[in-house]
Design a protein around this ligand. Sequence first.
Ligand code: BG6
Length: 477
Amino acid sequence: IPVEDFDLVIFGATGDLARRKIVPGLYRRFVAGQVPDSARIIGAARTRQDDDAFRAEMRAAIEEFIGPGQDPAQLSAFLDMLGYVAIDARGTDGWAELKARVRPGVVHAFYFSVAPALFGDIAERLAANGIADADSRIVVEKPFGRDLATARALNATLARHFDENQIYRIDHYLGKETVQNLMAVRFANILFEPLWNAQYVDHVQITVAETVGVGGRGEYYDHSGAMRDMVQNHLMQLLCLIAMEPPYHFDPDAVRDEKLKVIRALEPLAAEDIVRGQYVAGPDGPGYLEDAENPLSRTESFVALKVRIANWRWTGTPFYLRTGKRLRARTSEIVVTFKEPPHSIFDDGGTHKANQLVIKLQPNEGMHLTVMIKEPGPGGMRLVQVPLDMSFADALGAEGSDMPDAYERLIMDVIRGNQTLFMRGDEVEAAWAWTDPIIGAWEAGSKRPEPYDPGSSGPEEALRLLHRDNRRWREIR
Ligand code: BG6
């Protein structure tokens, strides 16, 4: 179903995100028939160039990030929708022209794909020049602050010109298909919810493992680290969706209210529940210190945490979180391990294993539930674990393998005016309020992160975090 007619202005249109994600994403939605050809996409950035130069640049981006051999008629119809305005975010140049380009009577969205330091300048000029009004939407990206104080200041800056219901803070993890499916599985089935609590869930693991290092973006990353770059936002959002109470309706504020309650219920972490790691050099690449070009860096490229949620549902069930760069495989998954049955009637010699629900976010999105069955054959009552499997690509056929990328979906939600999959300001602040003391203690201390080999599962200490509780991580593969 096509969305309403819109004008989308991308500030920072010559940057990496616009080339890699925003414009190719819009093109894919256009090909899918979701973006009407009356829509206008206006790039705005400092570079002086005309519409045609911008179109040529975006044609190259589409061919690079989606693939060569696009249908020429479709591609040129899409490129015709693009325009460009050279603009000075801190001055006066370009604003009158931008105003002239934005049409009245259609949805207006302004994508701030720029450094957060410019958010205030742009917001102010949009308002002062009468380009944005009370119906306009603005889209902002992480980093959304680097601690509670900076996040508050950013929220306050935006709030001077826009209402909370106009602000779309992107966490692209919320746009991933399986992440949304998590809510469908939990709240559209009777099967899981009765078991979804500390009485039946032994523990939960959330792993976001990457094989890439930080080379190429070492400078940004070295000021951030895994805690700020991944945990405060992406892993926290996954944790919220797994742990939250059922919202009364699938409505933006109902969902976000429940997520916020989870964050507020997080217990402060004890030092022994935190592991930080930093990858060393390996046969196929440099170590973190070289990638970050900072030989003394104490920034973590890996973190593992044992998190407790202090509420009625979850007291007693730990949530183990880990994420890192240069690990064995690129995989993101959530594993819910249920408790063992209270009594075993089989003499199975200890082969019995607890049921696990594995929710695979990437690659090969899908879910499987492990169950125990009788081993086929005449060998007596021996038990064996088998998966009840659902891969989205298999289950949904072509539709499943051609799912929109997170950005595509989220941008369409902005145009539709649906904030359910965007972070509210208070959620972001609550998440920083929880991570600040952890990061603060690291920065005040002198301890180095634990070294780990590239291609491994992270430092030994992360394995011990579970071993000491008689548990083990699901292998990264
Ligand atoms: C980004 C982080 O937000 O997410 C990156 O800044 C990380 O460091 C990326 O690599 C991971 O996203 P995805 O979608 O590839 O899992």
